[in-house]
Design a protein around this ligand. Structure first.
Ligand code: A2P
Length: 263
C-alpha cells in the first residue's frame, strides 16, 4: 500500500521553501507559453521556470497576472544570460518589467560566463538579492568545483544549481556533492534524456498504474530534486503534476538510478 504524500516542497538553506515540481518553459513561445503557464497554475503547479533567453517572460508574466493564484504562492525563476555578465542590474530590471513583478523568487546565472565561475558576477547577484529584487540567487550548469570557487571568494553558496538531470543522467557523486554543500539540485529536461519505453521504467510505472513520465518525475521527488518538465500540451501538463498520490519504493528508486548505466 502506498501512502498519499504531501511532500511538495523542499527547504532551501535560507529556510524558504521551493516546490519540487515546476513548469519548464524553454522553447514555449507566444500564446503557447501563456496558455501553458495558465494551465499549469490551474492544475496546481506553484513553480514556473523561465529565462531571459527564452524570450517568453512577457507571456509568463501575463499568465501570472491573469491567474487567480496569489503572487506570493508562486515561485518564479528567471536567469541571467552568460553574455549579460556585467549588466546584471539592467538585466534583472528588464526581467522584472517583462514579468510584471517586483521580485523574482530565484535568479540564476544561466551558464558559467565564458565557462568560468565568475565570483564577480555572483557578487552582483548577492547585491541584488540584498536589495530584494530576488528572494534567492543561484546558478545553472555549474560544476561543484565552480560552486566551490564562488563560495571561497564570497563565503556564500548558491541556493540552487539547475542542471540537466534525468534517470539516464543520474550521478550519485554529483547529487551527494550538492547535498553535502547544502545546495539544492534542480533538474531540467527530466524527460527528454530518458527512454520512456525502457522496459525497466515501464515495469515500475505499471506497478503504480502511472505513466513512465510520471514515474520519472516521481523519482526526482523521491531524491528531493526539483524537476521542471516542460510541456505546452494541457493533458501532459496535468499528467506531469499528478505525481503526489503515489510513491516509489527504495528498490524502485534504485532500479531507475540504474538507467544511467551505460551498456
Ligand atoms: P510537449 O510540449 O508536446 O508535451 P523535457 O522537459 O525533459 O525537456 O521534455 C520536454 C519534451 O517532452 C517536450 O517535447 C514535451 O512535449 C515532452 N513531454 C512533456 N511531458 C511529457 C509526458 N508526460 N510524456 C511524454 N512526453 C512529454
Amino acid at each position: 500500500m502506498t501512502a498519499v504524500t504531501d511532500d511538495r516542497n523542499v527547504e532551501l538553506g535560507s529556510g524558504r521553501t521551493m516546490p519540487l515540481l515546476g513548469l519548464g518553459t524553454w522553447q514555449a513561445r507566444g500564446r503557447d507559453a501563456r496558455d501553458a503557464v495558465r494551465t499549469a497554475l490551474e492544475v496546481g503547479y506553484r513553480l514556473v521556470d523561465t529565462a531571459t533567453i527564452y524570450g517568453n517572460e512577457r507571456q509568463v508574466g501575463a499568465a501570472l497576472a491573469e491567474s487567480a493564484v496569489p503572487r506570493e504562492d508562486v515561485f518564479v525563476t528567471t536567469k541571467l544570460p552568460q553574455g549579460n555578465a556585467g549588466r546584471e542590474r539592467a538585466t534583472l530590471e528588464e526581467s522584472l518589467e517583462a514579468l510584471g513583478l517586483d521580485y523574482v523568487d530565484l535568479w540564476l546565472i544561466h551558464w558559467p560566463p565564458g565557462g568560468r565561475a565568475r565570483p564577480d558576477v555572483w557578487e552582483r547577484l548577492l547585491e541584488l538579492q540584498a536589495e530584494g529584487l530576488a528572494r534567492e540567487v543561484g546558478v545553472s550548469n555549474y560544476s561543484l568545483g565552480q560552486i566551490d570557487e564562488l563560495e571561497q571568494a564570497t563565503r556564500r553558496l548558491p541556493a540552487v544549481n539547475q542542471v540537466e538531470w534525468s534517470p539516464a543522467l543520474f550521478d550519485r557523486d554529483v547529487l551527494d556533492g550538492h547535498r553535502r554543500r547544502g545546495v539544492q539540485l534542480e533538474g531540467y529536461s527530466p524527460l527528454r534524456q530518458t527512454n520512456l519505453r525502457d522496459p525497466r521504467l515501464v515495469r515500475v510505472a505499471e506497478a503504480h498504474g502511472v505513466t513512465p513520465a510520471q514515474a520519472v518525475l516521481r523519482w526526482h521527488v523521491e531524491h528531493r530534486i526539483v524537476a521542471i518538465p516542460k510541456s505546452t500540451n494541457a493533458e501532459r501538463i496535468a499528467e506531469n503534476a499528478a505525481i503526489f498520490d503515489f510513491r516509489l519504493t527504495a528498490s524502485e528508486v534504485e532500479e531507475l538510478d540504474a538507467l544511467a548505466e551505460r551498456h
